[in-house]
Design a protein around this ligand. Sequence first.
Ligand code: NAP
Ligand code: 3JN
Length: 348
Amino acid sequence: MANTAGYHVAVVGATGAVGQQMIQTLANRNFPIKKLTLLSSSRSAGKKIMFGGEEITVQEAKPESFEGVEIALFSAGGSVSKKFAPEAVKRGAIVIDNTSAFRMDKDVPLVVPEVNEEDIKKHHGIIANPNCSTIQMVVALEPIRRQFGLNRVLVSTYQAVSGSGAAAVRELQEQTKSLINGESYEPQILPVKGDQKHYQIAFNAIPQIDVFTENGFTFEEMKMINETKKIMHMPGLKVSATCVRIPVATGHSESVYFEVEKDGLSAKQIQDALVSAPGVVLEDRPEEQIYPMAVKAVGKMDTFVGRIRKDPDDSKGFHMWVVSDNLLKGAAWNSVQIAESLMKLELI
Ligand code: NAP
Ligand code: 3JN
């Protein structure tokens, strides 16, 4: 039976771009909460955040912060999750972790409820929330895979700066103003905070998200490749990715090429598979110039799909354009949705 009195929920990284959306999403969903604990680093401790008409003081995250917590939503970076998630689990909490710290661990389910909700049942205290770019892609691919099978996926992303945190959004805004006013601006955050070089993002496209790995792909690209296979239970699926940062505040867009198993399908059959799929909104009427766009997806929980076309040269190949709010379905909403699945499946 679900706990109707509500749960003690903690948000770790409560002052960040994702954490703020988590708090907002918990409120919007009317999630049953009896106590909300908001945690950050010492930098933001003492800050006040409103929730349900009540002012909550942000506290510095410590192991004892998790006493009595039943659900802990983490989005404060991988090192914070590695340090504190086991402390939360030790004290009886179920952790829903938004970082890459545990995503590929065998014992940790990696969950997008529209795709593999049942995997939650196998959790041992930690459930991982996938990378934002992976989430919106698998939401769009899963209904197609279920009906027609899937052999290969090639994706190029056009990712918003909010994926890199609140400071990156400020950098885009301030840099754009400076450049328009003819002033100089020294990039300090993007593509990767703390990396050797920083590049202009305003009026630019940067083909680097996260650090480079040994095979020439970035870590973001490898996350998309590995996480897609795990979520879809398809270790043999061929997946490749190119991830690009563009000067958009919020809303990731993706050009996805995929090859189905079944031969001779039409674009209409792919559209039909998506039209009533969970979490998907089909926006595909080129004759009326209707297609998904980042600015329209902001604040929405769905994944928008359009521009579905059959490849001119491969009878099993199709292209589509997939857009979603990276801070909502890509992060906060998917995490809260996992918490709702825990209640629905009576696992909490
Ligand atoms: P952000 O805007 O920079 O916010 C970072 C948050 O983490 C802040 O609340 C910060 O608190 C807190 N924090 C930093 N160090 C901490 C520490 N030692 N102990 C406790 N809290 C600490 O970043 P963001 O965009 O919200 O992203 C945060 C993390 O979420 C990322 O690092 C990533 O792992 C994950 N994320 C996942 C996705 C996804 O694809 N699913 C997307 C974006 C982000 P202060 O205010 O005190 O600094
Ligand atoms: O850059 C984006 O658009 C998404 C970024 C996600 C992110 C940023 C910093 C660290 C992640 C993530 O969730 O994959 C991480 C991480 O935890 O590795």
